[in-house]
Design a binder for this molecule. Structure first.
Ligand code: 3HC
Length: 702
């Protein structure tokens, strides 16, 4: 009884099963919606079928519309003739049987069925806002009719995945099956039970009203997160329509709002981010059969800010982790910092007190290297100096069992040199976390030349096991994330020499979408940290562009928030950056000493000076084969540096400006400012051929 290769109709006695088979997650790809409608028509015309079950093959019910089809001018089934309408209008009851995910169009189809049951592990949600659109399959009209306006607004503007037991409490599910129950059999039994019920319960027949002020309050509450974006506001407007209009008019309003979003810049950028995050996991030059090793006994060396954060990341994801430092005092201080970080989360309400105790109990401070001899993966996170790290690697190599992995949380040091002090360089790689390590999602995996494919896969998988997005980087100074960011960091200080102020640059970048301006971030991280790297690079390279204003601040003991003075001044106990006339005076005096003429800047020039500098460096990274693809750099900027997601990432954004425009501006600045703006070879080639950055073919990975 197969009507379509992606949807088939089977019979179990008097129950018809419409089964979707569109791997890997049953998105509503080509033919799926049509297949559902066709099966539904066949079943409704078959007198031997009393009721129906809509169910997915494989690992999921339906993960939503096929995102790859968005913005491609794909054909939509007209309103009134979509699966939702057909399910809703079916004369025989339809039971949605949910496992895995019912997301977006998946949940919307389920809501158009007459009954919904699920296994306990199923997740349901309307995550469209996360890709810059709104639920366009009736979700904004049906969900509020079940859960009320407020809960629908919360679910639709956050896009969160609701676990099945919660969905049942909210009334979205009629039944959650017991653990281990067979979904297909249970759904058939359920369908038999309700066959013949009249009238059929249809969500569209319910009504919903909202308390006065709900929508205005919601608009206010999303304002900060939704800066520069339309989708969250359109989601709210669509739910408002559910409360104010009859169902069919509400559906029309939803469709109008959807159409305004599908091809918007933010939707394109967010779709790009979605696929880039999946692409980054792929290591195309490794043999296909390589698998990551499972690990059970991680250890962290160094209980400083980074080491502590890494240990927390393990504990947060259920791993018992050992932590070691050179002295008992340093270890105590580290554990105290960990406790205080967790306590802050409890105070803020983002972590329960019990959960804090459970996580703390998973972090085991240990006194010596022999205590970690059984560890199968060790992450070293000590002071960022080769002469400090090397003896630790030698010691680890001696005591760890064969096959244990040795990773370093260096942010810039040569991983080949570090690996060379061990007798197991094939088991050594870099795992560069971003501060705070338990919060920031990026894990940059650094690939030394001798690392085995298993080691690289293991490091990438390790990141994913502790909630990170892992991205592979070549072993080059600063690796990929920081190397591509470095010119931005220099340029923002050079702008000051020419007459900008930190607060002006920060305002431009916050308007662009960063959560904080780069100078305020510098104060948070500590200005002394960057000074060490600059000293090292200046020693190594006589042409290194020094940053005398930044050096002067550090010389004056202005280290940032920790000294209540950095690029800004801070009142005691208050982290609000306040523009400081003293900083303006320091800038003016250094600029006068350097003899740099002062001028004013437009917002666009500031933005482009910072970001184009990085785009040019990103091109060098690609032409040297230090990253697999331009979109990996986007992922790094999104998750390492807080680049606004709705702008897609550095390279996606640059493609929006256009490769020729970027090149022309960089070439002009090369003329004006000299060598540091020399266009990279790849940038010139892309510009000549009109090839977008995201289509650049990098050199083979080295
Ligand atoms: N469309 C197209 N491809 C999709 C997809 C979708 N909706 N959802 C997942 N995929 C693809 C992924 O790109 C990936 O492809 P790859 O193997 O080639 O890289 C593959 O399916 C597996 O996905 P994941 O690696 O993400 O698998 P996970 O198990 O980690 O996660 C998931 C599964 C939670 C379903 C996750 O993929 C996800 O969040 N998907 C998007 C869900 C979504 O946004 N749905 C709404 C779509 S918009 C919509 O429905 C509009 C409607 O209102 C009209």
């Amino acid at each position: 009884m197969s009507d379509s290769p992606v949807v088939r109709l089977e019979k179990d006695g008097d129950i018809g099963l419409i089964i979707i088979n569109y791997p890997p997650v049953n998105a509503l790809g080509p033919g799926v919606s049509e297949g559902i409608i066709e099966s539904l028509n066949t079943a409704n015309a078959d007198p031997s079928i009393k009721a129906l079950v809509l169910i997915g093959d494989g690992r999921s019910f339906i993960a939503g519309a096929d995102i790859r089809g968005f913005g491609t001018g794909r054909k939509h089934l007209p309103l009134g003739q979509r699966t939702y309408d057909a399910l809703d209008a079916s004369s025989k009851p339809v039971v949605a049987a949910i496992h895995g995910f019912a997301l977006g169009g998946g949940l919307e189809n389920a809501l158009a069925c007459h009954y919904r049951i699920a296994v306990p592990s199923a997740k349901l949600g309307l995550p469209e806002v996360l890709i810059g659109i709104l639920p366009g399959g009736g979700g904004t009209q049906r969900l509020p009719r079940i859960v009320g306006a407020q809960t629908a607004l919360d679910m639709i503007t956050s896009g969160r995945h609701v676990p099945a037991p919660e969905a049942a409490l909210l009334g979205i599910l009629d039944e959650v099956l017991p653990e281990g129950a067979d979904l297909r059999q249970s759904a058939v039994a359920f369908a038999r039970k309700i066959a013949g019920v009249t009238p059929l319960p249809r969500v569209r027949d319910k009504t919903v009203t909202a308390e006065p002020g709900v929508f205005e309050a919601m608009r206010k509450s999303v304002a900060r997160k939704a800066r520069n974006q339309k989708a969250p506001y359109h989601c709210i407007a669509a739910v408002e329509a559910a409360c104010n209009l009859p169902f069919d008019e509400g559906i029309r309003r939803e469709a109008e709002l959807f159409a305004e979003l599908e091809s918007s810049d933010e939707a394109k950028a967010l779709r790009h981010a979605f696929f880039a995050e999946r692409e980054v996991a792929k290591l195309p030059d490794l043999p296909r059969n390589v698998v990551a090793h499972e690990f059970t006994a991680p250890a962290v060396i160094g209980a400083g800010t980074m080491g502590g954060g890494i240990a927390m990341a393990f504990a947060d994801f259920g791993f018992d982790v050992k932590i070691l430092d050179a002295t008992p005092e340093a270890l105590d201080r580290g554990m105290e910092r960990i406790r205080s970080n967790y306590a802050t989360s409890v105070k803020r309400g983002s972590l329960g007190a019990d959960e804090m105790q459970r996580r703390l109990a998973r972090i085991h401070p240990v006194g010596g290297y022999t205590d970690i001899a059984d560890s199968d993966v060790v992450i070293e996170a000590v002071f960022e100096r080769m002469d400090v790290k090397k003896p630790i690697f030698e010691k680890l190599d001696d005591i760890l069992k064969p096959g244990a992995f040795l990773f370093s949380n260096t942010s810039a040091l040569d991983m080949d040199e570090l690996a060379s002090v061990t007798k197991r360089p094939e088991y050594v790689a870099g795992t560069h976390f971003f501060s705070p390590a338990n919060v920031m999602k990026l894990l940059e995996v650094v690939r030394p030349s001798k690392a085995s494919p298993e080691t690289l896969m293991t490091a990438m998988a390790l990141g994913r096991r502790i909630g990170k997005i892992s991205a592979m980087a070549g072993n080059t100074d600063g690796f990929v994330a920081n190397r591509s960011r470095a010119p931005f960091n220099s340029e923002m200080v050079i702008l000051l020499e020419e007459g900008c102020l930190p607060e002006q640059v920060d305002r431009v970048m916050v308007d662009f979408g960063y959560p904080m301006g780069p100078f305020a971030v510098g104060d948070l991280a500590g200005l002394d940290i960057g000074a060490e790297g600059r000293r090292r690079r200046a020693l190594a390279n006589p042409n290194y562009r020094k940053l005398p204003i930044a050096d002067k601040l550090v010389e004056l003991g202005r280290y940032g928030q920790k000294t209540n003075a950095g690029w800004y001044r801070y009142d005691k106990g208050d982290r609000t950056p306040r523009p400081d006339p003293e900083v303006a005076a320091i800038i003016a005096s250094v600029a006068a000493e350097l003899g740099v003429p002062q001028r004013s800047f437009t917002d666009t020039e500031i933005l482009h000076r910072l970001l184009f500098a990085s785009v040019n460096e990103a091109c060098r990274i690609l032409e040297e084969g230090k990253a697999y693809r331009a979109s990996d750099i986007d992922v790094m900027w999104l998750h390492g540096f807080g680049f606004p997601r709705y702008r897609g990432g550095l390279m996606f954004w640059a493609d929006g400006i256009g490769v020729k425009n970027v090149h022309a501006q960089i070439a002009a600045w090369h003329q004006r400012y000299g060598e540091r703006w020399a266009p990279s070879l790849l940038l010139r080639t892309l510009s000549e051929t009109g090839t977008p950055f995201l289509e650049a073919k990098p050199a083979p990975f080295v």
